[in-house]
Design a protein around this ligand. Structure first.
Ligand SMILES: Cc1ncc(COP(=O)(O)O)c(C=O)c1O
Ligand SMILES: N[C@@H](CCCC[NH3+])C(=O)O
Length: 425
């Protein structure tokens, strides 16, 4: 559920008309809802209240500082995947001992930074990484609190580009070598083995793959304990999906997901971490854009909008669907026609929707790309000299620009000319 709705014929974020935000901030801009973020975090917290669990929000979904501050203020920990994310999480006020550091390619510098900061856990994904972490920790004179991510070889039944738990994916330690690696980890002086981590993919709309993976984890824990390995934590990753399209079947609520966790691994006596990203931020955000031109051709009609693939990559990258809602509510019974909604970037893949059935659009109309709160702004770039899009957080009837649009001078200031070119002109 989200808090974007038509009030008096105008699309609002909570009580704020998107027209008012567009007028002040310009378009395109991302708009996030405090009420939705809060509701989603609480749904997870409540669902897991009877388990010893920490909800570590996967900030890769939306790492805006205000979003992080809001969620950590509600009690969330943070799942980070780089030294950059860790630094941003700490700067937003996340307590280090509620940060979990995941990712397949942590550098030694990132490991040292994580250990110096005192993060709760580092999730190790390969043997070379285990050895590197052991060396870094011994050098610092500490033991790194570790979970080892295993690859359960379970099909998450989601888009191939966001599946992570199949044997062919780069993530985690192969299921068949897991016991050997855990046993070795126990012998390493710089490593304190705590748990098993697993994450099978993203935008998962069915509980069966989770259940299959968690059962495998349960079996593994029994084997590991029999081998004398201490397992007192389980990190079950994220992955619960959100509805992007009316045809998507409704994703299971956090309570149903928590019930699967409870019945598969709830009795193992482990502290649990779960890492939802999209389920918390996905439909807490929209990308507001203005139609620049309506281009009517012989065969197709294009609405050329001022947002582009560099601002919201998901359609270009995964052929992802985002609902498009006109900011002025279409009158009931208005005829809809197929239209292509495209951005101004010089790539044919800069297409948000093809043959989308929409009410008539005209130049200057505002539209909102729905469910853009996760993997939206965080994945954006500056291709075609397009400054990163501003982000706005709404709370009831107030809003605040939580990331402003950089000026061209700021963008250019990151570049420098080599001395031999400075006086060429
Ligand atoms: C290790 C890990 N945890 C959590 C997440 C968050 O996933 P989602 O946004 O699908 O909940 C991801 C991304 O898929 C991930 O790789
Ligand atoms: N960026 C992807 C999800 C990747 C999840 C992170 N492992 C998306 O927009 O769907």
């Amino acid at each position: 559920m989200h808090h974007f709705s038509y009030i008096d014929g105008r699309l609002h974020a909570e009580a704020v008309p998107l027209e008012a935000i567009a007028a002040q901030v310009g378009t395109p801009c991302y708009v996030y809802s405090t009420a939705t973020l809060t509701r989603h975090y609480r749904a997870f917290a409540d669902a897991f209240a009877d388990l010893d669990a920490t909800i570590c929000y996967a900030m890769k979904a939306n790492g805006n500082r205000a979003v992080l501050r809001l969620l950590t203020g509600l009690g969330a920990g943070v799942d980070v995947v780089s030294g950059g994310e860790m630094g941003l999480a700490l700067a937003a006020g996340a307590p280090a001992d509620r940060i979990v550091f995941s990712g397949v390619g942590k550098t030694k510098d990132e490991m040292a930074a994580a250990l110096n900061a005192g993060v709760h856990q580092i999730n190790v994904e390969s043997e070379p990484e285990l050895d590197a972490l052991d060396a870094v920790a011994r050098e610092l004179g500490v033991r790194a609190p570790v979970a080892i991510r295993v690859n359960p070889d379970v099909d998450a039944a989601t888009h191939a580009k966001i599946t992570t738990g199949k044997a062919e994916n780069k993530f985690g330690i192969e299921w068949t070598s897991a016991r050997t690696v855990f046993r070795r980890a126990m012998t390493l002086e710089g490593i304190a083995v705590h748990g098993v981590a697993v994450h099978i993919g993203s935008q998962i709309l069915d509980l069966a793959p989770f259940e299959a993976a968690f059962r495998k984890v349960r079996d593994l824990v029994a084997l590991l304990r029999a081998d004398g390995v201490t397992i007192d934590r389980l990190d079950l990753g994220g992955g619960l999906g959100v509805p992007y399209h009316a045809d998507d079947h409704t994703p299971p609520p956090p309570s149903a997901y928590a019930a699967v966790v409870a019945r598969t691994v709830g009795d193992l006596g482990c502290a649990l971490t779960i890492e939802p990203g999209r389920a918390i931020a996905g439909n807490a955000g929209v990308l507001v854009s203005r139609v620049t031109y309506l281009k009517e051709g012989m065969t197709r009609t294009f609405a050329i909008v001022d947002a582009a693939m560099n601002d919201l990559m998901r359609p270009a990258l995964y052929d992802a669907w985002h609902d498009i809602w006109p900011v002025v509510e279409p009158s009931a019974g208005v005829e809809r026609h197929p239209i292509d909604v495209v951005g101004p970037v010089c790539e044919s893949s800069d297409t948000f929707a093809r043959d989308r059935s929409l009410p008539p659009l005209a130049a200057d109309d505002l539209v909102a790309f729905m469910t853009a709160g996760a993997y939206g702004a965080v994945m954006s770039g500056q291709y075609n000299g397009r400054p990163l899009v501003p982000e706005v957080l709404v709370d009831g009837d107030r809003f605040h620009v939580v990331r402003r649009r950089p000026t061209l001078t700021e963008m250019a200031s990151l570049e420098d000319l080599p001395p031999w070119l400075t006086d060429a002109r």
